[in-house]
Design a protein around this ligand. Structure first.
Ligand SMILES: [Zn+2]
Ligand SMILES: [Zn+2]
Length: 211
């Protein structure tokens, strides 16, 4: 899928492209490249042995990762103070595969939602909408679907739920109005119960409805 990256001579794993920080380490390496090849394999002997060496001889929790300069082909080492230090700057396939996995998960969620919509399974759609950990775009679509389906039973659970996401809340409010319209109902402005749009008196609180 892309040109092959060089392998680590210590463990044989393909090196990762690692974006160089804007600041320079004080060791005078003078990295004139936007990225370096680094072995981020935690099981790599170079990393493991250097870690052991630093702890045993200097009492320091740190080690070195094997590093290759892409232009000169010169190998060197990158000092790191932890297994995950600097991994955030890996710019190649690790991040790409994470993004791909997320895209895949979102696609799946959309597919599931569409299935629920076709089946008019409002309870399952409601569940997806209320899942605060779910994808925002999926939850928005779920709110829209509830409006389209117009099932009055979802009004109460929706009205009683405070959505932490402002955009989702707005969409939910919109859908609730649509559902009311479809069912010829409204919310009593005094007691918040669902009542008929034509009502002159609220059957719940008995107040007169002017409009
Ligand atoms: Zn290695
Ligand atoms: Zn009322």
């Amino acid at each position: 899928m892309e040109d092959r990256k060089p392998e680590c001579p210590h463990c044989g794993q393909q090196l990762n492209k690692w974006s160089t920080p804007t600041f320079n380490f004080s060791d005078g390496l003078g990295w004139c490249s936007t990225f370096l090849f680094v072995c981020f394999n935690d099981e790599c002997n170079f990393f493991k042995n250097s870690w052991k060496h630093m702890v045993e001889n200097y009492g320091q929790e740190m080690g070195y990762r094997y590093m290759l300069h892409p232009d000169s082909g010169e190998s060197s080492s990158l000092p790191v103070g932890g297994k995950n230090v600097m991994k955030g700057d890996i710019i190649d396939e690790i991040r790409e595969s994470e993004e791909k996995a997320e895209l895949e998960a979102r696609k799946k969620a959309f597919q599931l939602l569409t299935d629920y919509f076709i089946a008019k399974d409002v309870d399952s759609i409601l569940k997806m909408l209320m899942d605060e950990a779910g994808f925002g775009s999926v939850r928005l679509k779920a709110a829209e679907h509830l409006g389209e389906l117009g099932d009055g039973r979802v009004i109460e659970p929706l009205a009683n739920y405070k959505f932490s996401h402002e955009v989702v809340q707005k969409k939910v409010d919109e859908s609730v109005l649509i559902i009311h319209r479809k069912n010829f109902t409204m919310e009593c402005p005094y007691c918040a119960e669902v009542i008929k749009m034509r009502a002159k008196l609220c059957k719940h609180c008995g107040r007169e409805l002017t409009s």
